[in-house]
Design a protein around this ligand. Structure first.
Ligand code: FPP
Length: 236
């Protein structure tokens, strides 16, 4: 696809990848078929984001609420994560990978792979992927607050020093900047506990396109809309 020049790009893009199940249903296939197609869409979109020069992308892969899905569906998602991690391992020279969310409920094997990939990609600059897995925005804020309370109780900081930047420093995404733009696919118009703190000022983009159909052309359309909005925002 011809390269489009974007004068303004989000530095930090958030993506809520929604609609895999409906995409599969439309084709008379099981929901898990949609997740496989969704994983493929994610690979292509992340590659394009990197090539365009976006610095940080946070993808919502699995929320704290997703555990309540049927066990077979959760198992397929875990297998897809596992495959993605194996393959990310082979091309880790290009992107830094950080898993945001509570890693404790994942299998030992998956958790070890996550930790290893984070360590192996820690020095990569230029493009960072935050993969939100067992992530919840409120949970992230609660953890940050708890950590600050511990520091205060231990006398490391005074309660008066707890301000917005102190909270930001305890978030999973620190030191990445706040999220500029959040894309949500599949027609739902909600934030669903995604980047509750970092998204306080995000521009929001909702599209009816189901996630597996969200291709580079759809990404470009979303980024063109971002340019229009930031031009207005930046006007006198
Ligand atoms: C929402 O669609 C999507 C998810 C809950 C999972 C996102 C997972 C992927 C994109 C694939 C695998 C990811 C990695 C990291 C390899 P939905 O199931 O809620 O769709 P529906 O709203 O149509 O039911």
């Amino acid at each position: 696809m011809a390269k489009t020049e974007f004068s303004t790009l989000p530095v930090h893009l958030g993506i809520i990848m929604d609609g895999n199940g409906r995409w599969a249903k439309k084709r008379g296939m099981p929901r898990t078929f949609g997740h496989k197609a969704g994983a493929e869409a994610m690979r292509k979109i992340l590659r394009e984001c990197r090539e365009l020069g976006i610095r940080y992308v946070t993808c919502y892969a699995f929320s704290t609420e997703n555990w309540s899905r049927p066990p077979e569906e959760v198992a397929v998602l875990m297998r897809l994560f596992d495959e993605y991690l194996d393959e990310a391992h082979e091309r880790f020279d290009k992107s830094r990978l950080i898993f945001i969310g509570d890693k404790t409920p994942f299998s030992d094997k998956l958790r070890e792979k996550m930790l290893r990939l984070e360590a192996e990609t820690a020095d990569i600059e230029g493009f960072t992927i935050f993969l939100a897995m067992n992530y919840g925005g409120r949970d992230e804020i609660v953890r940050a607050v708890r950590r600050l309370a511990q520091k205060a109780a231990q006398g490391e900081i005074s309660p008066d020093e707890i301000d917005e930047s102190a909270v930001s420093r305890e978030l999973y995404t620190y030191p990445a900047p706040d999220c500029d733009y959040i894309i949500r696919t599949s027609g739902e118009q909600r934030i669903s506990n995604f980047l509750m703190w970092q998204g306080a000022y995000s521009e929001l983009y909702f599209t009816d396109t189901l996630w597996p159909d969200f291709d580079t052309k759809a990404l470009h359309a979303a980024l063109e809309e971002y340019q229009r909005r930031s031009r207005r925002f930046g006007g006198i």
